[in-house]
Design a protein around this ligand. Structure first.
Ligand code: BGC
Length: 748
């Protein structure tokens, strides 16, 4: 079967390559070489800023206005007008054909391109961003972004509006799967690499939702308040790192309101002078444009003067009202020119004007292979009692596969990050694009892949809808693998980290029937595991993408060593969290079962009382033991660390594979700041490396890090400073397991 599948893939690949070749050679024969464009701004020797200014000189006021707002809801709302030139994605900005400036076609593409089905396109579903961040692999995240960029190019889009880097302050946030976890340095680095990957295809990239859009409950009415120093050292640091790495074309400001004492009064994120002008544009030196989240603009003059450059998706405030404000001098022409300049310079700097997308058939096989590669590194092995894993296909006689539609597919995340499944939802096929908040399964069948890896083993499936039937199959099988799921989406938060739909009861029933039970979790984020002591194996598979089933089988049978490590803490229960409930969730009138569709709520306050202590920092400062700490994950081999040396910008140590199989350890380096900083009750991640080691092999690694990762934000100086004192530097295999330590002294 495997051979047949590969050869079919090969044939299809060759066929599509041949079609492309024929098409391009026919084109080459019939069309004369295009005349060079001699317009002054097409001179590539000039900088993007010079080129943008040359265009602006030629533009009328109306042409300038095109670039500061979108053209409506396009493909997002049934019946909405799709303007000429728009591909029907989430946003469209009209260009100026007279000057050779194309329009901007924006596609939601957090984990793959959204709404592909409506254009009869294929789009690769990648593992969730949280999963990919758990690879701690910069190259994998660059690859992630380049898959998105490549497929955007192939379908004619020139801007991605993915790149979410909101910090996981609450594990119940419905969009955590779109983001890169709880640590600002890890998340910022991973999402920065992702956006670089997008832009490497000469597609405009984006980072969102700026900032503190860390919950879905009341996202358009909530007022998040957080102390300014904590703000700079947490969420804003993640944005700073991502933006610094990627130089993205766009930054999408968020829906929520913000209060940042001591000096920043309450305001919407999309018209917040501190956030947009002072921090983003001045301190981070962001050269691109700020676009509002869809419907996140609230005023004309105030928003324009506070740093918003483009209203999306429509023109309620930045259409005629802004034109009149410019004509009436309430918004200076120079500010309008700055807004337009930021858009145009991003178009030049990314290459969308010099090398616009050329549509061609998306290569689904290449996308699938890339998705599987990333999933191999993302899935985290959390428990392996008695070395039940990896499974040995030649010594196991029977395996029961139970639950979560594992016979047909793997779960994906919802909302604007929803990708359309090829052939439709595997559990509910219907024509057209996915329906908002439906639970979409992709046709990557764990049952089939496990059977392929174990052709001589009896592998049977039970849907898990009846605990007694599931237990019966489990009791008659040598190994039981239970799949459980937690569907998550934009527009909702989980009411609790407990699994929905009584799935804990299913695991209990199976574990009681079979002592060799392995649980595979497909979830948006952390879930509670009250049954953890009664099962032998646990994999956190996240939403594993279109290559998810293959990847799971690779890991279950040990063809790939598990190298994923949690990018987010797994608490034991909700009571351990800074907020026992998601703030504002009590205002939701008609919560769904287990989840809360948030809808519109009245204005309310959500003080981020945990401040800088997000995730593991909270647990450490409270001396609480989570279920699984940040950075945790098992391998099929073991590692030893030795010989740590450190300075204020670099560490060196040795990692040895002390087991008998090859594997990849994620060596993690943390720091504890001096007591004078007030931040000595928890660690901070400052560096890491993926170290691939053959059995018995040792490698000495030297890791450099930015001294701001050791610094505190000094409000008076408005910059990061290294406080004098002793810094404890620790290295090991998770935030909890740091076997090495040394001290670095920073003098006054
Ligand atoms: C989401 C954004 C998304 C936009 C367009 C908003 O509701 O918050 O992330 O890009 O819609 O679909």
């Amino acid at each position: 079967m495997q051979i047949f599948r590969l050869s079919t893939q090969h044939l299809l690949r060759c066929a599509s390559a041949a079609v492309l070749l024929l098409a391009s050679s026919a084109f080459a024969q019939n069309s004369p070489a295009p005349k060079p464009d001699t317009r002054p701004w097409m001179n590539k020797a000039l900088s993007p800023d010079e080129r943008a200014d040359l265009v602006i000189k030629e533009m009328t006021l109306d042409e300038k206005m095109n670039f500061v707002h979108g053209t409506g809801w396009n493909g997002l709302r049934e019946g909405a007008e799709i303007p000429k030139g728009s591909l029907g994605g989430a946003g469209y900005v009209q260009g100026v054909p007279r000057l050779g400036i194309p329009g901007i076609n924006m596609a939601d593409s957090a984990v793959g391109i959204r709404l592909a089905a409506q254009g009869s396109h294929y789009a690769t579903l990648l593992p969730s961003v949280l999963g990919a961040a758990s690879s701690w692999d910069k190259d994998a995240l660059f690859l992630y972004g380049s898959v998105i960029g490549r497929e955007l190019r192939d379908t004619g889009y020139n801007m991605s509006i993915g790149g979410g880097v909101d910090i996981a302050r609450d594990p119940r946030n419905g969009r955590n799967f779109e983001y890169a976890g709880e640590d600002p340095v890890l998340a910022g680095t991973m999402v920065g690499e992702l956006a670089r990957g997008v832009q490497s295809n000469q597609i405009m990239g984006d980072i969102k939702h700026y900032a503190f859009n860390d919950q879905e409950t009341g996202r358009t009415t909530v007022n998040v308040s957080i102390d300014q120093r904590a703000a700079r050292e947490s969420d804003l640091l993640a944005f700073q790192i991502a933006i610094g790495l990627a130089n993205p074309a766009g930054v999408m400001c968020s829906y929520n309101r913000l209060t940042i004492p001591p000096s920043v009064p309450t305001d919407w994120a999309c018209e917040n002078d501190y956030l947009l002008n002072k921090v983003l544009k001045k301190d981070f030196d962001f050269k691109g444009f700020v676009l509002s989240d869809w419907g996140g603009t609230h005023s004309t003059v105030h928003a324009a003067l506070s740093g918003l450059d483009q209203e999306e998706p429509g023109s309620k405030y930045f259409g005629d009202p802004l034109k009149q404000a410019v004509q009436g001098n309430q918004v200076p022409v120079s500010r309008l020119d700055d807004m337009v300049h930021r858009v145009l310079r991003s178009m030049f700097s990314t290459g969308v004007i010099d090398n616009p997308p050329v549509t061609q058939v998306v290569d689904p096989f290449r996308g699938r292979d890339d998705a599987e590669h990333i999933a191999n590194e993302s899935i985290v092995l959390l428990k392996n009692a008695g070395d039940i894993l990896p499974l040995n296909a030649s010594s196991v006689q029977s395996i029961a596969i139970i639950g979560s539609h594992a016979d047909v597919g793997v779960l994906s995340g919802g909302g604007s990050a929803q990708v359309d499944a090829p052939g439709g939802n595997a559990i509910n096929p219907h024509p057209g694009a996915s329906i908002w908040m439906e639970h979409v399964y992709f046709p990557s069948s764990p049952l089939k892949e496990i059977r392929k890896h174990a052709p001589n083993v009896k592998v049977e499936f039970d849907p898990g809808t009846d605990n007694a039937a599931a237990a019966k199959l489990a009791a008659g099988s040598q190994i039981a693998i239970v799949f459980v799921n937690q569907p998550m989406s934009e527009g909702m938060d989980a009411a609790t980290i407990s699994l929905p739909d009584n799935q804990d009861g299913l695991v209990d029933a199976v574990a009681a029937a079979n002592p060799h039970t392995i649980v595979v979790i497909e979830s948006g984020g952390p879930v509670a595991m009250p049954w953890i002591d009664r099962v032998e194996g646990v994999f956190e598979a996240w939403y594993p993408g279109i290559g998810g089933a293959q990847s799971l089988a690779n890991l279950l049978f040990g063809e790939v060593d598990p190298s994923g490590r949690l990018a987010i803490t797994f608490p034991k229960n909700d009571a351990q969290l800074p907020h026992p409930q998601v703030p504002g969730i009590d205002l939701v009138k008609n919560p769904g079962p287990g989840h809360h569709r948030t809808g519109e709520l009245p204005l309310f306050d959500a003080p981020a009382t945990e401040g800088v202590r997000v995730g593991y920092k909270w647990f450490e400062s409270k001396q609480e033991q989570p279920l699984f700490p940040f950075g945790f994950g098992l391998s099929y081999t073991t590692y030893e660390f030795s010989g740590l040396k450190a300075s204020e910008h670099q560490v060196t140590f040795t990692v040895r594979n002390s087991g008998s199989r090859a594997g990849t350890e994620i060596a993690q380096v943390y720091a504890v700041l001096p007591a004078s900083t007030g931040e000595s009750s928890f660690k901070r991640l400052i560096a890491w490396d993926r170290v691939a080691l053959a059995a018995g092999e040792s490698k000495t690694v030297t890791l450099k890090f930015d001294p701001i990762y050791l610094s505190i934000f000094d409000l008076g100086k408005n910059k990061f400073v290294l406080a004098p004192g002793d810094y404890e530097i620790l290295a090991g295999s998770s935030s909890h397991d740091t076997t090495l330590n040394t001290t670095v002294h920073i003098a006054e």
